[in-house]
Design a binder for this molecule. Structure first.
Ligand code: 4NP
Length: 177
């Protein structure tokens, strides 16, 4: 094994065990505005799943902690950077809701603020157990502990986000898919 290969933590191994008999696994990606990071994660995951029709990832969706952009298409910068990688980043923004905890098996937050807000929304221990950080799917040696908000950044910020999401979604697919 390469030293930089993904090495699931005991928490992710326990998740994989919990889901091992499931035919289908649903995933919800969360960020603050649902116009940059989480719609990109959604698009990348869909792209990977389309190439792996035998995998168990079923429903894929994304939502935001905030409601500022509900009904909007993703930020034009994220759509453009995604397009350069052959991705269609075209999710229509929606806000996360309590019922998402019933509908999805795994809810993945992009940063620490997202995770804090998701834990506030969780009503039960089972809800809490569905919340994971995208960074839990980064390979060892990553210098990133979260997917940084690119909203006030330039092109480089968007490229970093897409690189991190490529890595995280691939490791989700390899570990749980
Ligand atoms: P996202 O980025 O959470 O990756 O969608 C943001 C988009 C909009 C805002 C903040 C972050 N906003 O403050 O409107």
């Amino acid at each position: 094994m390469n030293l930089l290969d993904y090495n699931p933590s005991p928490r992710i191994e326990s998740l994989a065990r919990r889901l091992k008999d499931r035919d289908s696994i649903s995933i919800l990606f969360i960020c603050l505005g649902n116009i940059c990071r989480s719609p990109a994660a959604d698009a990348i995951m869909r792209d990977k799943v389309a190439d792996r029709p035998d995998c168990r990832i079923g429903e894929i969706d994304s939502a935001g902690i905030g409601s500022w952009h509900v009904g909007d298409l993703p930020d034009a910068r994220m759509r453009a950077h995604g397009r350069q990688r052959g991705l269609k980043v075209n999710h229509v923004c929606r806000q996360v809701r309590e019922s998402d905890f019933d509908r999805f098996d795994i809810i993945i937050g992009m940063d620490e603020g997202n995770l804090r807000n998701l834990h506030k929304l969780a009503k039960t221990r089972e809800d809490d157990d569905k919340i994971y950080a995208m960074a839990e799917f980064f390979s060892p040696g990553s210098r990133w502990y979260e997917v940084p908000d690119p909203y006030y950044d330039g092109d480089e910020g968007f490229e970093t986000v897409l690189d991190l999401l490529e890595e995280g979604t691939q490791n989700i697919l390899d570990t749980l898919g």
